[in-house]
Each structure stands twice: as C-alpha cells, then as structure tokens.
Write a protein that binds this ligand. Structure first.
Ligand code: SF4
Ligand code: SF4
Length: 383
C-alpha cells in the first residue's frame, strides 16, 4: 500500500513515513522570496516584443538604436520594454559615449525559455490559436479580460427586478467610491469584442477620473505602472459594486475597465453618459475625456435606461478641432476621409506607456465641457 492510499484510508492521520516524505518534498520547494523572484522574471519575459529583444541579443551585445531600428517600433516603446528587462536583471547594459549597449545577463536564457516551451508545446500553441480567434476585434490596447475577482457568488435564481431603494443605495455607494457617472443601457450585441453569448442584456456603466499623477507622468515605464495600478483599483471597485448587487439577488458579470469583453466607450455612449470624440475617447460633461470606463452586466431589467443622448453635438465640434489627431506623436489616430470615423493604430502607446496626450490637448479637458457648450450655443444663435 502506498503512503497516499494509507492516508486516504486513515482519515489523514500521518505516519512518520508520511511526515518524512512531506518534509522531503517541502525542502525541495524554493523559499517564498526565490519563488517571488522567479515569478517576476517570468512576468518580465511574457511579452512577444521583449522575447524578440532577447532573441536579438542571443549572439551579441547590441546598441539600443540598433535594437530600435531592427524591431521597427517607436523608440519610446523599445525603451519601455528594455527598462522592464533591465529592472528584472535579465539584460545588462553599459554606456559608451552617447550610446547604450545591451546584452543578456545569462547567455543561456533563450535555451531555458525554449525548454519551458517544450514542456507542453501542444497545449500551449492550441490555446494561443483559440484565443486569437476569439479576440478578433481590437478594443483599446486589446488586453484580455482579467480574471474575475468577485467575492460574492452569483445568486442561483436571478432576480429580474431591483428595488428602487437598492438602486439608490448602489448609486450612493458608487459615489462614495469615487465613481463619477452611472448610466444604464441595453447591451447592443454588435459591440461585443468576442463572440460572447451573454445571459444578460442590460448594463450599468460607470466612469472614474484618471488621477492627475498619471496625466502628469511622462510617457514610459513608470506611467505604465501607475496606469496598471489605476486599472486594478477601478477594477476592484467594479467588483465591489457588482458584489453589492449579487447580495440583493441580482445576477451580474463585470466588464473590467482594462478588459476587452466589450467596447466600453460605445457602451457608455449608449448609456448617454457622453459622446465619443475623434480621439476615440468618451467625452462627458463632468470629466471631459479624462476618464476610464467599467461596466456591470446584470439580470435586473427595471433599470432607468437613458433614452436621449444630449452630447452628440460634440461630434460636430470635433469636425473642426482635430487637436488630438494633430498632436499624436505616434500618428496613431487615422481619420477615414469623409466618414468622420477615427481608427486607432496598433502603435498607440496609451495603455503600454500611459500616453495621455490626446486627453491633454483636448479642449474638453483644458476648458471644460460647460464653457465649450456655452460658446457653441452662442455660435448657433448667431447663425
Ligand atoms: S496621443 Fe498617445 S494615447 Fe492618444 S492616440 Fe496618440 S499615442 Fe495613443
Ligand atoms: S481634441 Fe478635438 S477633435 Fe479630438 S476629441 Fe477633443 S475635441 Fe474632438
């Protein structure tokens, strides 16, 4: 009888032999600190561009400008990725005159990475193929939907009605948590990023102001970290609000502010919170374009859906403004001629480096919605 069988049959009363075995296995596990360091290194290499850099450095030390031109990416993007590799000590660097040279700290790292891939290459590649098929629409930086961190389970039998007092309570909690707008809308299936078959057809959309420290932070790795921390914070608040509804018997699903489940700007526009400008950002009376959006899909059907969007005049204002398109240093905003539609190219560094330039140059950020609307109304009266 093996020690495991012995355990099963004896209510886990460990024998000396089992204790020795457990100790033996435990002794082989690295310390928490070592495991933490390993996970940081794995995080640092889990990006296609950073892997590409490591492959470039496989044979020799290279100058930063050579790496930038070989990757054919903006210098700021390459610097950001190099700084992550530097921080985790996967690459080392030295300065010579005005040039910076990079090399692998451990020349065998590529070999180690390839060994990891060999562990389960079939599963690994199959999973990749599936996920790329699903995520066929680009939303923002296209990051996948974060893992659900709800603390309250969905009620088994969903309630389709929320009591008015509970909805008011929900809105009060949201306000206390720093949520600026709360809007309600039916979910148009066409704006899903994935082929998602949701059980819910209603959404509560919420916005939160991007803190000044992110707006003021220069483009780069630090801005990226601040941006990620803000996404996490806002995501947690969204789960908190969703949990409140679950406790009231309402089924919910969170669309994380950082996720790609749905086009959140379009959803917020449908909830009449604001209007999407040429920057492809939602512009609202309270926050201008300086916001992030989250949503909670819900079984509750008696929500106070907004019927009319009073902010559509922004589209006309944008026609003459063009500030965001003119100032984007990456030329990421492309306007389709005569269609008034703006596309964001993949080289946008809004999510990867916390670029906020198209927010900062927007008159709705600089002057505020109210002033622009008053001016616009005066102009209309004069005509
Ligand atoms: S200004 Fe920055 S965030 Fe805006 S589109 Fe251009 S690169 Fe992206
Ligand atoms: S910068 Fe100008 S064109 Fe761009 S979204 Fe703002 S108002 Fe519209």
């Amino acid at each position: 009888m093996s020690s495991l069988e012995f355990n099963n049959n004896n209510n886990n009363n460990y024998t000396d032999c089992d204790r020795n075995k457990i100790k033996e296995v435990r002794d082989e596990i690295p310390s928490f600190e070592e495991l933490y360091n390993i996970s940081e290194i794995l995080k640092a290499i889990s990006d296609p561009l950073r892997l590409k850099i490591l492959y470039l450095l496989k044979k020799e030390e290279l100058c930063a400008c050579y790496i930038t031109s070989t990757l054919d990416k903006p210098q700021s993007t390459v610097s950001h990725h190099l700084s992550i590799l530097k921080k985790s000590q996967i690459v080392k660097w030295r300065k010579m005159g005005k040039w910076t040279y990079f090399s692998l700290s451990n020349p065998r790292i590529i070999e180690h990475i390839e060994n990891i891939i060999k562990i389960d290459s079939d599963n690994c590649f199959n999973n990749n193929i599936n996920s790329s098929n699903i995520n066929n629409a680009k939303v923002c930086c296209g990051s996948s939907e974060p893992t659900d961190e709800s603390k309250v389970e969905n009620p088994k039998v969903p309630s389709k009605e929320i009591a008015i007092k509970d909805l008011k309570h929900f809105e009060r909690i949201a306000k206390d948590l720093g949520i600026v707008d709360v809007g309600y809308t039916k979910i148009p299936k066409k704006i899903f990023s994935n082929n998602n078959d949701l059980d819910y057809s209603n959404a509560i959309v919420i916005t939160k102001e991007i803190p000044d420290e992110i707006i003021q932070e220069p483009i780069g790795a630090n801005g990226y970290d601040l941006n990620q921390a803000f996404y996490k914070l806002f995501g947690n608040l969204t789960y908190k609000l969703s949990d409140f509804l679950r406790k009231k018997g309402i089924q919910t699903q969170v669309a994380h502010p950082k996720g790609n489940l749905i086009d959140l700007s379009k959803l917020a526009q449908d909830a009449c919170i604001g209007c999407i400008g040429k920057s492809n950002l939602l512009i609202t009376p309270k926050l201008g374009p300086n916001l992030k959006i989250g949503a909670i899909f819900t079984s509750a059907e008696n929500l106070p859906f907004s019927k009319e969007n009073n902010h559509n005049w922004i589209k006309n204002y944008c026609k003459k403004c063009n500030n965001c398109i003119k100032h984007c240093r990456m030329d990421s905003l492309i306007e389709k001629e005569n269609e008034g539609i703006v596309e964001i190219k993949d080289n946008c560094i809004g999510c990867t480096e916390a670029c906020t330039l198209c927010i900062e140059v927007c008159p709705f950020y600089k002057k505020g919605y109210k002033k622009i609307k008053e001016k616009q109304n005066k102009l209309v009266k004069m005509l």
